[in-house]
Design a protein around this ligand. Structure first.
Ligand code: FAD
Length: 351
């Protein structure tokens, strides 16, 4: 069966919901398709102790402030899931789930969206599928040799199963630092990073990051020199658990090892560390396989965009994958503006 909608949004995480909010304001007909059976996007799958790096009011989608969470200045992931579930109900956003989009195809004046439960035809598509679904693992020699447990950030749930174990955490970003802090008290922890960890000043949180990302985009758009954006401030937000572990001397990072060996890892000088588990906090890539047939991928697997619009397919918008689809667009507070711009551009296209 083929159904028709002016716009199909793929993904009902924060990006898809922000898109829905603004499509509604533009008076456009739309449907949001999501592969999971429950609301909340990637936030449903993070580890138990994960807290946002901004207070609730600075983690809000358009139209509705995130309520504060009792006893928590920085809300936890469960609170975000509840907020997103409430958001989609409050605005009566038409989410269909579980519906997995298998591919988007050109079909005359339409884009045809093939799913595991039927076909949609749309005049425009917003892809908002996030990155959580494409964990990145770097190529390290000896990868097949290590006999212990190997996990990526996406598989980490909490410290309990690692109590008393020798654990190596790889990665100097927020995930690496937060997971290392989570494990620091109860495991024999080794934290390794490619360069010495760069903590942001303790009084800087996601608010400052959003401002820095926005200032950078404005400077670049106005032809001024690059301000350096978020990267100029540091890599790791010193959220309270990270700060506490760091201040107690539990969070010192060593250099990256050069290979894996059956019982652990080895550095260039031959030094070894034994390990029961290695947790790779090495990032994500945009989940874009459903767009393969449109043949839009360029450098680094990114699709060339102007704002959110794909340069080579103006009926397609990309939302929430990172700075290349709008400043801070992969954050709760940052996705609102690019979502608004995408909805406006689609309204103009269809007018
Ligand atoms: P997602 O939440 O991943 O949602 C995408 C949706 O698309 C999912 O529901 C998925 O089921 C669906 N989907 C995927 N593929 C298909 C398909 N083929 N067909 C149908 N549906 C599909 N941001 C902040 O603002 N503050 C923070 O403190 C913060 N902390 C973070 C901590 C970590 C560890 C990580 C990883 C990210 C953090 N972020 C934070 C960043 C950001 O908010 C998240 O990455 C966010 O989940 C991105 O939302 P999204 O809607 O773009 O994607």
């Amino acid at each position: 069966m083929t159904r028709t909608s002016q716009v199909v949004v793929i993904g009902s995480g924060q990006s898809g919901l922000a898109a829905g909010y603004h499509l509604r304001r533009q008076g456009l007909g739309f449907v949001i398709l999501d592969a999971q059976s429950t609301a909340g996007g990637a936030w449903q799958h993070t580890w138990n102790s994960l807290h946002l790096f901004s207070p609730a009011a600075f983690s809000s989608l358009p139209g509705r402030l995130m309520p504060t969470q009792a006893h928590e200045e920085y809300p936890d992931a469960r609170h975000v899931v509840e907020y997103l579930a409430d958001y989609e109900k409050r605005y009566e956003l038409p989410v269909e789930r579980p519906v997995r989009v298998l591919g988007v195809h050109r079909d005359g004046p339409f884009l045809r969206v093939e799913t595991d439960s039927g076909t949609w035809r749309a005049r425009a598509v917003i892809s908002a599928t996030g990155t959580w679904w494409r964990p990145f693992l770097p190529a390290v020699p000896g990868r097949g040799d290590f006999g212990g447990r190997r996990l990526h950030t996406v598989e980490y749930r909490g410290p309990r199963e690692f109590t008393g174990r020798r654990v190596i955490v790889v990665g100097g970003g927020n995930s690496g630092a937060q997971i290392a802090a989570d494990l620091a008290h109860t495991t024999e922890l080794t934290w390794v990073t490619r360069r010495p960890p760069r903590f942001l000043a303790d009084d800087i949180d996601g608010r400052a990051l959003f401002d820095a990302a926005t200032a950078r985009r404005r400077a670049l758009d106005a032809g001024r020199s690059d301000t350096g954006g978020v990267a100029s401030l540091g890599d790791i937000v010193a959220v309270p658990p990270v700060r506490e572990a760091r201040d107690r001397g539990l969070l010192t990072a060593g250099p990256m090892f050069t290979r894996l060996v059956p019982g652990g890892v080895e550095w260039a000088d031959g030094t070894r560390a034994e390990a029961d588990a290695i947790i790779w906090c090495t990032g994500f890539r945009p989940a874009l396989s459903h767009l393969t047939r449109l043949q839009l991928r360029g450098r680094r697997g990114h699709i060339a965009t102007e704002g959110t619009r794909a340069l080579d397919e103006p009926r397609l918008h990309l939302l929430g994958y990172g700075d290349w689809t709008g400043p801070a667009s992969a954050t709760l507070i940052g996705v609102g503006r690019p979502a608004r711009d995408a909805a406006r551009a689609i309204a103009e296209l269809l007018a």
